[in-house]
Design a protein around this ligand. Structure first.
Ligand SMILES: [Zn+2]
Ligand SMILES: [Zn+2]
Length: 167
């Protein structure tokens, strides 16, 4: 994912990439292509880059274990400065370029932001009912025959008290 900047005029430029995920060095859970829309805002000493990432991933639901496909999106901004790099550049979103730089490669940044966008919580749908802990039936497909009423041990003292009061 290389952007040629040698003859780039000052002002706003947009471009887009649509490349296989191997081009940015990611694999599972991603599959297919990685689409990136890029907006460049160039002035004589800097380029501000805004990128919008769109990928597809195969996730496994945390609750029911089913595989499902989902879209993964992320955005980031990077500032490229035509300036000598100071000794400790610890800025996360700032890259120094030699004044005669003729291209920038965004593959590594796109990879990092794609990986950051992988959800911690993976649910095939917001209200996935998961599997019955006793028989393993997928409760999204309907109720199982397990007896629902099994008292949580934490409620036992309360249950006893309730029974006492009722008697
Ligand atoms: Zn699920
Ligand atoms: Zn069950």
């Amino acid at each position: 994912m290389i952007i040629k900047i040698a003859n780039l005029s000052d002002g706003i430029h947009t471009l887009s990439f649509d490349e296989n995920i191997s081009e940015i060095g990611v694999s599972d859970p991603f599959y297919g292509n990685c689409k990136v829309k890029v907006k460049l805002s160039k002035s004589h000493s800097q380029i501000v880059l805004n990128a919008e990432l769109n990928l597809e991933a195969n996730y496994q639901c945390d609750r029911c274990g089913k595989d499902y496909k989902t879209k993964v999106q992320n955005n980031y901004q990077m500032v490229y400065l035509f300036w000598d790099e100071p000794e400790n550049n610890e800025s996360f979103n700032l890259i120094y370029l030699p004044i005669d730089a003729d291209k920038i490669n965004i593959a590594n940044d796109v990879r990092d932001y794609a990986l950051l966008a992988i959800s911690m919580k993976k649910l095939c749908k917001e209200d996935c009912k998961g599997l019955c802990p006793r028989c393993g039936k997928d409760l999204n497909e309907g109720k199982c025959n397990c007896i629902e009423k099994e008292t949580d041990p934490r409620w036992e003292p309360l249950e006893k008290l309730k029974n006492k009061l009722n008697n």
